[in-house]
Design a binder for this molecule. Structure first.
Ligand SMILES: Cc1cc2nc3c(=O)[nH]c(=O)nc-3n(C[C@H](O)[C@H](O)[C@H](O)COP(=O)(O)OP(=O)(O)OC[C@H]3O[C@@H](n4cnc5c(N)ncnc54)[C@H](O)[C@@H]3O)c2cc1C
Length: 529
């Protein structure tokens, strides 16, 4: 028997990925009452499995996706200012070689084969420079430096690369901690009045007069609850189609194309803080990115995935593909044995009928269904980079049905991000001065994850012991309590893979001990209620 929740809300959002949480935050800030349901942990699916770049997407220029590239380029600096703790500028080194091949079914390729057929899929250097010129200027830049040329025969950028690469171009994009971005949007939405429910699955939604009747199930207890809302937002990512067909059960012509992308992580492969953008002979590109201080992140692949329920994993073929790709550039050969971790995610792309997974559009599409009563907004596609703009577009559509105020999120910091965009080193220095027991690694890690909120976790501690139990790799009880109380963490996996990446440093036994401790704390909290 389902229990009914009495209050009717304006918006019910299905999905606690970046798009659901971004919309919940924006809508709450405009005075709407919002409930969000996520069937697992926040950012559990695609939004913790990205390459973690705020980027315009240099390769999308090949597809003439100028609207998307321009919006994303402008967005990089807006986002950087709002979250200078979890996001930072990065330089990308693109080694140039005249025999590099590019995909042959892009609009650029078709034009080139018409006017320069002898190039046979290769790109002249002037065209790469033109692309980078557009990348520098399409979206305007105030913080990020523009493109430069790099001599690879001297200097640290060339040192790990094979000698055949003599020149490169270097351009700017940004890094972002994707899953933390989701947590901070959810926290901010909650602070503005939203109700965020994790481990809560939407099992059905139907129109009842002018309202939605949404039934959810607590996946831990099996208890069902009924909610009423004036509008429903389907931000189910890879499940967007499943939600339309099996939960809301309406006819829709819109489709989603599921494209898996996998990454491998190795021990650190080079000694500088820049990334590499490698062009493959098959026309695809991969990145090699400094990761979590001691590691290198390499990805990604593009493979069709038919079923959202099938957990995406990096297959042996994808591992081999990424290893071989990197080995075509790096001097020191890497092997499968160098891989310390892999992860995979599924891109929920709008099905625009493109021939290949690589060519499918990365832009977003918002569709409202208002046939037969209360409106439903379905979200297809999107990028981490464009989540804030996507939320603004969603609120425009919502505004056609509910009364909302104007856009507000540009220029408003996320929790912990209320310090100057170039103030990160000062933040670390001040933390180390005031909490002198912190190692440099610990202080930087806390500043990156929590920004100015790091002080709230450290409280009045004067020794490391004051932070309570030590779970290893600088993770302490105070931090875990914060994550459980403020950031919806329930299990060790939530903590060590989505609130931070300490899973790369902790032993299995340490993670199990953390899990037991968290389970016990949850139980005592329940008893206390
Ligand atoms: C390999 C890869 C690399 C990428 N790299 C980048 C990048 O570098 N930069 C960039 O800008 N973008 C990147 N992206 C794109 C970006 O990650 C996605 O566009 C974005 O994360 C999608 O977010 P979402 O909220 O739509 O989906 P998700 O994060 O998947 O969230 C959807 C949520 O809905 C929940 N849900 C589904 N059904 C139900 C239900 N019935 N009840 C309750 N909850 C439900 C799911 O559990 C899930 O958590 C990348 C994507 C991939 C796969």
């Amino acid at each position: 028997m389902a229990q009914a929740q009495t209050q009717t809300v304006d918006l019910f959002v299905i999905g606690g990925g970046i798009n659901g949480c971004g919309i919940a935050r924006d809508a709450s800030g405009r005075g709407l009452t919002v409930t969000l349901a996520e069937m697992n942990d926040l950012a559990w699916a695609t939004s913790s499995s990205s390459t973690k770049l705020f980027h315009g997407g240099l390769r999308y220029l090949e597809y003439f996706e100028f609207r998307l590239v321009r919006e994303a380029l402008i967005e990089r600096e807006t986002l950087l200012r709002a979250m200078p703790h979890i996001s930072w500028p990065m330089r990308f080194v693109l080694p140039y070689h005249k025999d590099m091949r590019f995909e042959n079914d892009t609009p650029t390729s078709r034009l080139l084969s018409l006017f320069m057929p002898w190039m046979k899929g290769r790109r002249p250097a002037w065209l790469i420079r033109l692309g980078l010129f557009m990348y520098d200027h399409l979206g305007g830049r105030k913080i990020l430096p523009g493109t430069t040329s790099v001599d690879l025969t001297s200097g640290p950028e060339g040192a790990p690369l094979q000698d055949r690469f003599e020149t490169a171009y270097e351009y700017s994009d940004c890094w972002v901690e994707d899953s933390r971005l989701v947590m901070l949007n959810a926290r901010d939405a909650e602070a503005r009045g939203a109700m965020i429910m994790t481990r809560t699955k939407v099992i059905s939604a139907e129109r009842e007069n002018d309202l939605w009747r949404v039934e959810t199930q607590d996946v831990e207890t099996g208890a069902n609850t009924v909610h009423h809302a004036r509008m429903l937002v389907n931000a189910g990512g890879p499940w967007v189609g499943d939600i339309i067909q099996t939960k809301v059960r309406i006819n829709s012509r819109e489709g989603v194309r599921l494209v898996r992308g996998s990454h491998i992580v190795t021990k650190r492969l080079f000694d500088h803080d820049k990334c590499y953008f490698f062009q493959g002979t098959d026309g695809r590109i991969i990145f090699a990115i400094p990761y979590e201080n001691d590691f290198t992140l390499i990805g990604t692949t593009d493979a069709e995935q038919t079923d959202p329920e099938k957990k995406p994993v990096c297959t042996p073929e994808e591992r081999a593909y990424l290893v071989n790709f990197a080995n075509a550039y790096f001097k020191a050969e890497i092997t499968d044995a160098d891989i310390v971790w892999t992860y995979s995610g599924v891109r929920p792309l709008y099905d625009d009928g493109a021939s290949s997974a690589t060519a499918a559009t990365r832009d977003y599409t918002l569709k409202v269904d208002a046939n037969g009563g209360a409106p439903l907004l379905n979200i297809f596609g999107g990028k981490i980079t464009t989540y804030r703009r996507l939320a603004e577009s969603a609120l425009e559509k919502i505004g056609e049905h509910l009364s909302v105020s104007g856009p507000w999120t540009a220029g408003v910091s996320l929790p912990g991000g209320d310090f100057p965009v170039d103030g990160f080193e000062n933040l670390v220095r001040d933390l180390q001065r005031d909490f002198d027991f912190l190692t440099a690694f610990h202080a930087r890690r806390l500043a990156r994850a929590y920004g100015t909120d790091a002080r709230k976790i450290l409280g009045r501690a004067v020794t490391l012991q004051d932070l309570g139990r030590d779970f290893g790799a600088t993770l302490t009880e105070s931090e875990v309590v914060w994550l459980m109380e403020k950031e919806y963490a329930r299990t060790a996996e939530d903590v060590v893979w989505r609130r931070n990446k300490l899973g790369l440093r902790l032993e299995e036994t340490q993670i199990a001990a953390l899990n037991d401790w968290m389970a016990q704390r949850r139980q005592s909290a329940q008893v206390a209620e």
